[in-house]
Design a protein around this ligand. Structure first.
Ligand code: PNW
Length: 488
């Protein structure tokens, strides 16, 4: 009785409102007597919520010269001295190319319903364009069949940064429109061959990372620092490639195939949740994502973006904008960190608030903590662009994981991170924000780009000398969350 009263009070205080919406899916009678389980009942997800994990080809596969795979810009970049921590490369990574069956069993043990992986373009088209390499696509045929045989639904990303080196050599990769067009052809080919079993495709992963870090800042492949006009044109070619891929998938896939993208938007979060700051965060979401998500959703660059870039603005046609804004079935958002925003009296009506020096972050210094990002991110996408189907395509964190004497990694900081972020995601679903699923980054530790193997993001600890995978404490937390369909 006491428990029952406190549960109601808690639910009301937490502003979760409609009990009827929060209750379905809650365990059984024992939930009423165990306070811990009762508390969790206030953080239940909608029935059928899709729990998943994610990886990407170059970060896990290894086998970089096998079965006719061509070189990618990440092979070249990681083999260039000084570009990655300790000179790490993806040559072997998690050897997932050979161990995928075992890795599917890891997913099965977690209880995930969905898995997001990426397809290596240079396996399918070793030169980026021209003749396909059927042996390369076969790996994904085997992987997809294995997933389906184990009751896990595959979601495929077509571009997670491993651009065929030949396209970089001929024309400068995404600096050239030829790459956008080649990407469309590759996407259509894959859709044609996999869409009998893969029903969800993401075109690109994170323009906000691969274009910015690869072509302007130079810390990711291909390691360029282009001047502004050429860089803005590269941004344009990248979103154009996305649009061409959407059209090619629609033209070549079996009926019922759905298309979206996975973008690490700048997640604008109001510093205080009052009306003025909430409005400011909405405005900031449009402007701070102008070159990518906004043009994709709205079919135009914002006036402020074109003014800001001035003579360096991208050159484009109305037809380009139509392609770029080809209608999507869903929007995927990768969410790690918040950008705090406040209202002000400037023409834009907002100002991003820089983090104080004491601001907490995870093992990766860029990974500042802000669980509210998982509420405001999808909420603003749904509100601004009337998106009806949203996936959190990545969320997770790095931790300085060290196995304890019993062999287990007690990553309590990752559990804390996930519990808090997922509580905010639950808040979003309770407010009817249409989030359909969540892909935790990552299934297992892997090649963390320029950081090499130093920053671990996995639910499973990988010993890179033996390729042993061991579930961390966070894997137990996630399994329990999935089992309850509520934050554990
Ligand atoms: C994403 N940043 O990358 C990628 O999609 C994954 O491949 C990656 O492993 C994961 O997040 C963790 O890093 C990012 O500097 C890389 O802000 C860097 C940044 C953000 C995302």
């Amino acid at each position: 009785m006491d428990n029952d009263i406190s549960r109601r009070t808690f639910t009301q205080l937490a502003g979760l409102g409609a009990l009827s919406a929060a209750l379905p899916g809650v365990a059984g009678a024992e939930a009423e007597s165990d306070p811990a389980v009762v508390a969790a009942s206030g953080r239940t997800f909608p029935r059928g919520f899709l729990w998943g994990t994610a990886t990407a080809s170059y970060q896990v596969e290894g086998a970089v010269t096998e079965d006719g795979r061509g070189p990618s810009i990440w092979d070249t970049f990681s083999h260039t001295p000084g570009k990655t921590v300790n000179g790490a490369t993806g040559d072997v990574a998690d050897d997932h190319y050979h161990r995928y069956k075992q890795d599917v069993q890891l997913m099965k043990a977690l209880g995930v319903k969905v898995y997001r992986f990426s397809i290596a373009w240079p396996r399918v088209f070793p030169q980026g364009t021209g003749s396909p390499n059927p042996k390369g696509l076969d790996f994904y045929n085997r992987l997809v069949d294995e997933l389906l045989a184990n009751g896990i639904t595959p979601f495929a990303t077509l571009y997670h940064w491993d651009l065929p080196q030949a396209l970089q050599d001929n024309g400068g990769g995404w600096e050239s429109r030829n790459t956008s067009e080649a990407f469309g052809r590759y996407a259509g080919y894959v859709a044609q061959h996999l869409s009998d079993r893969v029903k969800h495709f993401f075109t690109t992963n994170e323009f906000g990372a691969f274009v910015e870090l690869g072509y302007a800042i130079g810390i990711h492949a291909p390691g360029l620092k282009l001047p502004p006009a050429r860089f803005n044109q590269t941004r344009h070619n990248a979103v154009l490639g996305h649009g061409l891929a959407v059209q090619a998938i629609r033209a070549n896939a079996k009926p019922g195939t759905k298309v979206g993208l996975a973008e690490n938007m700048t997640i604008c979060v109001p510093v205080i949740e009052d009306e003025a700051n909430i409005r400011a965060a909405e405005r900031a979401t449009r402007e701070m994502n102008a070159p990518y998500m906004t043009v994709i959703q709205e079919g135009k660059y914002t006036d402020a973006y074109l003014e800001r870039t001035g003579a360096d603005a991208p050159k484009f046609t109305a037809a380009d904008l139509k392609v770029i804004s080809s209608p999507l079935d869903f929007t995927g958002i990768n969410i790690y960190t918040p950008t705090w925003v406040r209202a002000d009296a400037s023409p834009s009506g907002f100002t991003p608030v820089p983090n104080p020096a004491s601001y907490p972050h995870m093992a990766s210094s860029w990974l500042t903590i802000g669980p509210e990002a998982l509420y405001w991110g999808p909420r603003n996408v749904a509100k601004l662009w009337k998106v009806k189907e949203i996936y959190i395509t990545e969320n997770g964190c790095s931790s300085s994981d060290v196995p304890a004497a019993d062999g287990i990694v007690y990553d309590t900081d990752r559990v804390m991170y996930l519990r808090n972020y997922l509580s905010q995601l639950q808040r979003a679903t309770a407010d009817a924000v249409p989030v359909k699923g969540y892909f935790l980054w990552s299934l297992m530790d892997n090649f963390e780009w320029a950081d090499g193997y130093t920053n671990r993001f996995g639910l499973h600890y990988v010993d890179y000398t033996t390729q042993t995978r061991t579930p961390k404490l966070s894997a137990r937390f996630y399994r329990e969350t999935i089992r309850r369909n509520a934050v554990a």
